[in-house]
Design a protein around this ligand. Structure first.
Ligand code: F6R
Length: 260
């Protein structure tokens, strides 16, 4: 795992965007896994700057990490809308290539199985963008999620509903259930890039990066991936113990050591 500690959230976004841009320059038809929430906003903003400067993302495909169950697609906080508003339009993606699991259908099990099939049919995800919850979740894989899990229905943890209440008019409006790519689905992506900023994420980052591999901290699944990069600001890195090593590694990277 590579850990990059940067000064602030903007630098985190710029670094993550540089990794995505490099992939797309190599492969204009790259398949991206798309996180929502606050964490990747800096990444998407920095990527939008690159699009303005000529980066072409029109052939890229995207698969959202998750979606709420039971709110209409038109709801401004449905992830279908959020992805459209924050990613598809500002980055100039082709909407026909952007997929979000269907949280409104009567047969959720069929919808989740279909989603995994769509990912496979697209050739798999080249780069999965991730945030992390304060309780260590990635996607909406709450603590005790199986490392082998596939896209499926999950019950949101009360703390996750409370954290996401900021996006809704009333706390009780936050859906209780969601569809999320499983940890097994996420681990199949060829590259993982997790971004986290702020002090509130420090315990989850320390547990995911340096703690034991445990389903109690779903983010620790990154330890199983051969190509995972964690990009954090100083605050989110503040409870890591090997920061000197991470900085030393980043500062002493030989030209031949390609990491992204
Ligand atoms: C969102 C997602 C979640 C968030 C996490 C952190 O698609 O999968 O895992 O990344 O809840 O949310 P923020 O970034 O809003 O703190």
């Amino acid at each position: 795992m590579e850990i990059l500690i940067l000064t602030d959230a903007q630098a985190v976004g710029r670094q993550a965007a540089a990794i995505v841009a490099k992939l797309v320059e190599r492969n204009p038809e790259a398949v991206l896994g798309l996180a929502t929430g606050a964490s990747p906003q800096g990444l998407y903003a920095a990527l939008a700057d690159r699009v303005d400067a000529g980066l072409d993302l029109s052939k890229v495909a995207g698969f959202a990490l998750d979606e709420y169950v039971g709110i209409p697609r038109e709801h401004p906080e449905s992830y279908a809308q959020v992805i459209d508003r924050d990613v598809t339009r500002p980055l100039g993606l082709d909407p026909r290539r952007v997929h979000v699991p269907d949280g409104r259908t009567a047969d959720l099990e069929a919808a989740t199985a279909a989603y995994d099939r769509e990912i496979r049919a697209a050739g798999g995800i080249d780069l999965q963008i991730l945030g992390i919850g304060e309780n260590g979740h990635i996607g909406f894989n709450e603590p005790t999620s199986s490392f082998a899990s596939r896209t499926r229905v999950k019950t949101l943890a009360p703390s996750t509903r409370a954290a996401n209440a900021r996006f809704f008019a009333r706390p009780e409006d936050v859906p209780t259930h969601c569809l999320t790519q499983g940890l097994g689905t996420i681990l199949e992506a060829r590259q993982l890039v997790l971004v986290a900023t702020g002090q509130s994420k420090a315990p989850a980052i320390a547990a995911a990066v340096e703690g034991p591999l445990t389903s109690m901290v779903p983010g620790s699944a990154l330890q199983l991936h051969a190509r995972a990069t964690v990009i954090v600001d100083e605050a989110a890195a503040s409870l890591l113990t090997l920061t000197d090593y991470y900085r030393y590694t980043a500062d002493n990277r030989p030209v031949w050591q390609v990491v992204d």
